[in-house]
Design a protein around this ligand. Structure first.
Ligand code: NAG
Ligand code: NAG
Ligand code: NAG
Length: 380
């Protein structure tokens, strides 16, 4: 009987020793993994002889024509061997900002390689720490650039604690390395004089091409809208989220610094009347829904992620129609009229929407009717 109890005590002791050892091993590993993560994320561990990177780097080249030669990814990887899993950090000084560059992508391989071949050496000279994220939407549904930006933002933020995010179209490339990718207090529109628009701003409130903002601002505006399929108005929606909804100014670099080349692509955007109407209807008649349309209501699947030397490649799939359904559903719960009003911004696109909606006998938000009438009066 007694020996039975001793046996039991012995077994219990053995079991508890076994678990203690396991716990110790686990802690050891956990701390090692913890440390490894810390090394990636914190800049406090730099050696003391390093100082902050200069605000005014010395080896800047200024405006240079785009290098339009086509190279293979392998060749570019050899040229830019200082890149590592799509990331670069200056080695001689402590970078002031971590900048995530997000590039929505589909079917533009040559454009992407041209972009990398031009952007990587330019921003390296700016002495920033940066990561490049290429977000590709799987073939099938219409391209939705806003969702790709939102996914890129989410994925980038899980990897590093980026201070600043650059929203970068694949077909527009800054020609001047004085056009700094790092963020200021206000959002900054970098692609001002764009080749495909005759090296001019296409319209006053244009914010497409290349735009950056502090990561917390991107969160604050709930990112991009998830609702725009195909092409057009998603950038205008972003502009309105920043300016009208959050009262931020948009900064622009000096004109001479902001020249950007365009990369030609063979397939042009196709206009489709119904899709235009759909986008206009969201843009003009549903702007108050920004708080439940964006990062907070993003739904997608990651199909593949690859750490390539020059960029992180994220292949995703999603259904815009599903997010639309949930967006519309939300309006049944919320009383749209009680949400904070968001006025229309007057530009070429809103005018197009005004006439398209009017022609189709659709309702038009009063704020647009007002500014169109005002513009008619002032042009008389
Ligand atoms: C264009 O880019 C390639 C690859 O990076 C480089 O080898 C070549 O020298 C560049 N050409 C010019 C004119 O800069
Ligand atoms: C791009 O296309 C435009 C016209 O569509 C043409 O004038 C221009 O030369 C092209 N540029 C390049 C680099 O192919
Ligand atoms: C819009 O309404 C007008 C009259 O109110 C009508 O004549 C016209 O056919 C309608 N257009 C469409 C596209 O339904």
């Amino acid at each position: 009987m007694k020996s039975g109890i001793y046996g039991l005590v012995l077994v219990v002791n053995l079991i508890s020793i076994f678990f203690s050892i396991n716990l110790l091993l686990y802690r050891k590993h956990a701390s090692r993994y913890g440390k490894k993560k810390e090394r990636c994320n914190q800049i406090t561990s730099y050696e003391e002889d390093k100082t902050l990177c200069p605000l005014h780097p010395e080896n800047i080249h200024g405006r240079e024509p785009l290098n339009r030669s086509i190279f293979t990814l392998e060749a570019l990887q050899t040229t830019y061997d200082y890149m590592d899993h799509g990331h670069f950090r200056p080695v001689t000084c402590i970078p002031r900002q971590k900048v995530a560059i997000i590039i929505p992508y589909r079917d533009r391989e040559k454009g992407l390689f041209t972009l990398l071949n031009n952007v990587v050496p330019r921003i390296r000279r700016q002495h920033i720490e940066f990561g490049i994220y290429v977000v590709e939407q799987i073939a099938g549904e219409l391209f939705n650039k806003g969702v790709c930006f939102n996914v890129g933002f989410e994925q980038a933020m899980t990897e590093y604690n980026y201070d600043c995010v650059v929203l970068h179209d694949v077909d527009i490339i800054a020609e001047n390395d004085r056009n700094f990718f790092s963020c200021g207090y206000y959002p900054k529109h970098l692609a001002v004089n764009v080749e495909q628009y005759g090296y001019k701003l296409p319209y006053k409130y244009y914010i497409g091409g290349i735009t950056n903002m502090a990561s917390n601002v991107y969160r604050q505006i709930n990112g991009f809208s998830n609702q725009y399929e195909g092409w057009g108005l998603e950038d205008d929606d972003l502009y309105r989220r920043l300016t009208v909804v959050h009262n931020l100014d948009i900064e622009r670099p000096p004109a001479k610094v902001s020249f950007c080349g365009s990369v030609n692509h063979s397939r042009k955007h196709k206009w489709n009347k119904n899709r235009l109407l759909d986008r206009c209807n969201i843009y003009i008649n549903r702007p108050r829904g920004w708080a439940f349309d964006g990062l907070s209501t993003l739904k997608y699947q990651v199909e593949k992620i690859e750490d390539r030397k020059l960029y992180k490649w994220i292949l995703i799939s999603f259904r815009t129609s599903k997010m639309r359904q949930e967006f519309v559903e939300r309006f049944r719960i919320e009383d749209y009229k009680n949400l904070q009003p968001v006025n229309a911004v007057f530009n070429g696109n809103t005018k197009t929407c005004y006439w398209a909606l009017k022609k189709a006998n659709k309702t038009i938000d009063q704020s647009l009717v007002d500014i169109v009438q005002k513009s008619k009066k002032s042009s008389r």
